[in-house]
Design a protein around this ligand. Structure first.
Ligand code: AMP
Length: 382
């Protein structure tokens, strides 16, 4: 179905988090209607939506009823079940397709898919039992990381293995679930590529973005990344290969490791807009969220051109632990853009918002965004 869904159509979003919120803001700006479905009340996306429904993602009757009220369905997080995507797809187009979701939500399927495409990944092996783990530590080697196959993100469900004797503790730590053992990579850095593929097969990308993490959670993103043209081009080529292999429609974020000896490895893919792409809202002609609206509605894709170097700093719930952050202090930096997601409970590690700064140089942008984030708590903690 190559039909354009014009403004005025209704986009259904499975999920209620910040990605859905920023998608909803972009969609509303373009005159689309938004319905969200999530198990929680008062969600970040639901606050912006025309209609926010409350149902579990495995409530297939609710998903079908939801699908009947919208013109297209997309999702904003990948732990929606493949059954839910299939049930919805019987009624309206689901973009990206259920296969992309199915591959991305399970590390073993994902790694196997990437390796079968001939893309470079860290050595890995499937682990279904403690015996398996003991054996695979011998083949994959150590140090290594044991990662649950399903429902892992931001370093959750991971245990590091430094020696064979760590197998028991690591198997306990991940709760005896099917897992993947992955060789530990000697990282020079991490980058991501945000890209979109349209209904007509067109492809656009935002180049390589450099990411640093804190306690396994994205902390700072800088674009364009300080990497060689060769590495950036390889990352974009790999991303394009993935999108084409999945006959993907929508925005995807692909995460990469850059090794100290200069190799690029694909880490994982997110079949949706990505945290490292939040800087595209302020820095690019077309944000990753507008791009997602265009792709899932069958419109031509917009220009991804980056207008200035940009830095983004995540605001985690930790910043609230000593009291409310000082928003006025961050806003005294007139060039800082504040984005908050409307979440009431600021738990440590929870993504509450982000700051973006554009500057003439990347170093300047990086320094300013850190300064502005520091200002949120400086007076309080002095
Ligand atoms: P993941 O949830 O797999 O993206 O892992 C979260 C973070 O843990 C990554 O962004 C890396 O910083 C780190 N990490 C994960 N796997 C490895 C690995 N095999 N080698 C080195 N660092 C890793």
């Amino acid at each position: 179905m190559n039909q354009v869904l014009p403004p005025g159509s209704t986009i259904g979003v499975l999920g209620g988090g910040q990605l859905g919120r920023m998608l909803a803001i972009a969609a509303r700006q373009m005159g689309y209607r938004i319905h969200t479905l999530a198990p929680e009340d008062d969600t970040p996306a639901g606050q912006i939506a025309d209609r926010a429904e409350n149902a579990a993602y495995d409530d297939l009757d609710a998903i079908r009823a939801f699908a009947k009220r919208v013109d297209v369905i997309t999702f904003e997080f990948e732990n929606v079940s493949a059954e839910a995507a299939t049930a919805a797809a019987e009624i309206v187009p689901v973009r990206p397709n259920g296969r992309s979701l199915h591959v991305a939500q399970h590390r073993l399927r994902e790694k196997t898919f990437l390796a079968d495409l001939g893309l470079p990944v860290a050595p890995f092996a499937a682990v279904d039992s403690l015996d398996d783990l003991t054996n695979t530590i011998r083949t994959v080697g150590h140090p290594a990381v044991l990662k649950t196959a399903a429902f892992g993100y931001d370093g959750k469900g991971q245990a590091r293995i430094d020696r064979e004797g760590d197998a028991d503790a690591a198997w306990d730590a991940i709760g005896h679930q099917p897992a993947v053992l992955e060789a530990f990579v000697d990282l020079a850095g991490e980058i991501s590529v945000i890209a979109a593929r349209g209904l007509d097969g067109s492809f656009v990308h935002y180049g390589a973005i450099h990411n640093t993490h804190h306690r396994h959670i994205l902390d700072i993103s800088l674009a364009p990344a300080h990497v060689s043209h060769k590495i950036a081009a390889e990352a974009v080529d790999a991303t394009r290969t993935i999108l084409e292999a999945l006959d993907y429609v929508g925005v995807m974020g692909v995460e990469f490791f850059v090794t100290r000896d200069g190799r690029l490895l694909v880490n994982e893919m997110a079949p949706r807009p990505h945290n490292s792409g939040h800087l595209t809202i302020d820095a690019c002609r077309t944000s990753q969220f507008e791009q997602q609206v265009r792709a899932v509605c069958g419109l031509p894709l917009g220009s991804p051109e980056m207008l200035m170097p940009a830095a983004m700093a995540n605001l985690l719930g930790d910043l609230w632990q000593g009291g409310d952050p000082d928003w006025a202090a961050a806003c005294t930096f007139a060039d800082v853009k504040l984005h908050l997601y409307g979440k009431a409970a600021a738990r440590p590690g929870r993504k509450m918002g982000h700051l973006t700064v554009l500057a003439r140089t990347l170093d300047e942008a990086a320094a300013r965004v850190q300064q502005a984030r520091g200002a949120l708590t400086a007076a309080r903690d002095a």
